[in-house]
Design a protein around this ligand. Structure first.
Ligand code: 0CG
Ligand code: SF4
Length: 321
């Protein structure tokens, strides 16, 4: 049986604007205020990124009780609940909010519609920090559905003013199916003008849809906790192409590639390109002789940094990419 011959790179892949900004917030806070900088939850769901920032003096915590008085605290890109925000403020931390602006947009929409008397159905994965943050914008009236079966079970107090919101990093196809079930059960439901699934999630999934039929195996660079990365692996597999997700090149197994000439490669929104480069090197060592990129849309989205970390008199720190 023949072995690996070529690598085809998905476009776009890897870092999105929200991840780029979140990492930069931690790096700039470290450069400006010095270590330690406390970060609530992994800044983004990537082992390499978290380890690099730990080495520079970031301290990752889940519970604010672990943060000493007077500390500088960064909220992760996934966002936080009102309760977490209030506790951090009450304890007087110096706070930098790295919540992705596209997650904040969902929070703002929830708060606005709640004031108008709406109740919510949230489509998302239970226990994911973004879901906890978005549901935690309200103390009641927001109901989680994870799949079509949940839609049949959900019990809102009324059905006149109901709105749907979603996690930003879902499978676009699954979310559409669940939203359709919500619409069937609650015909008056209000849906977001523009879907809550973000541009980066959409674009990376579209790229995998284009890539999968052209290759014999798909490798996704991403960490196990990363929702959007998991969705890329799952999508390739659903399209009939065997797919594996790896946190680093060290996790690649030679036997995956036996008899598979064309390797498709992508990366989740939190996975740095340096890891993709290492994966390429390892697959080259297994026999790949060519690397080409699929044509894909160019992403130009960029989010501004929060006040206090913008026009610093410090030189921009070296940035993970
Ligand atoms: O995909 P999720 O929401 O799990 O997050 P990750 O950190 O992997 O990437 C984007 C963000 C935030
Ligand atoms: Fe923002 Fe989307 Fe990136 Fe999440 S995946 S940080 S919502 S741009």
């Amino acid at each position: 049986m023949g072995g690996v011959n070529q690598i085809v790179l998905a476009e776009p892949r890897g870092f999105c604007a929200g991840v780029d900004r979140a990492i930069e917030i931690v790096e700039r806070a470290l450069a400006k205020f010095g270590a330690p900088i406390y970060v609530r939850h992994e800044i983004v769901h990537n082992t390499y990124v978290v380890n690099e920032l730990k080495a520079k003096g970031a301290v990752f915590i889940e519970d604010l009780a672990e943060v000493p008085p007077g500390a500088t605290l960064v909220f992760s890109a996934h966002g936080v609940s009102k309760a977490v925000e209030a506790e951090a403020q009450a304890r007087g931390f110096s706070i930098f909010d790295a919540t992705c602006p596209l997650v904040t947009k969902v929070h703002v929409e929830v708060a606005k519609l709640a004031r108008e008397g709406y109740e919510f159905i949230m489509i998302g994965h239970k226990g994911h920090p973004e879901v906890e943050g978005t549901m935690g914008q309200l103390d009641h009236g927001i109901h989680l559905v994870e799949d079509v079966e949940d839609v049949a079970k959900v019990q809102p107090a009324q059905t006149e003013k109901l709105a749907v919101v979603t996690q930003t990093t879902l499978s676009v196809d699954d979310a559409a199916e669940i939203a359709a079930a919500v619409r069937t059960r609650f015909p008056k439901v209000r849906e977001p003008k523009q879907q809550d699934i973000c541009y980066a999630t959409q674009n990376r999934q579209d790229a995998v849809k284009l890539l999968s039929p052209q290759v014999d195996i798909v490798i996704v660079v991403g960490s196990p906790t990363s929702s959007n990365s998991n969705r890329l692996r799952e999508l390739a597999e659903r399209l009939g192409t065997p797919a594996h997700m790896v946190d680093s090149a060290a996790e690649l197994k030679a036997e995956w590639f036996e008899g598979r000439a064309r390797v498709g490669l992508t990366a989740g929104a939190s996975a740095p390109e340096v890891l993709v480069a290492e994966v390429i090197e390892r697959i080259r060592a297994l026999g790949a002789v060519s690397v080409r990129s699929m044509p894909g849309i160019e992403e130009k989205t960029k989010f501004p940094l929060p006040k206090g970390l913008r026009l610093d008199d410090i030189p921009p720190p070296q940035h993970i990419s």
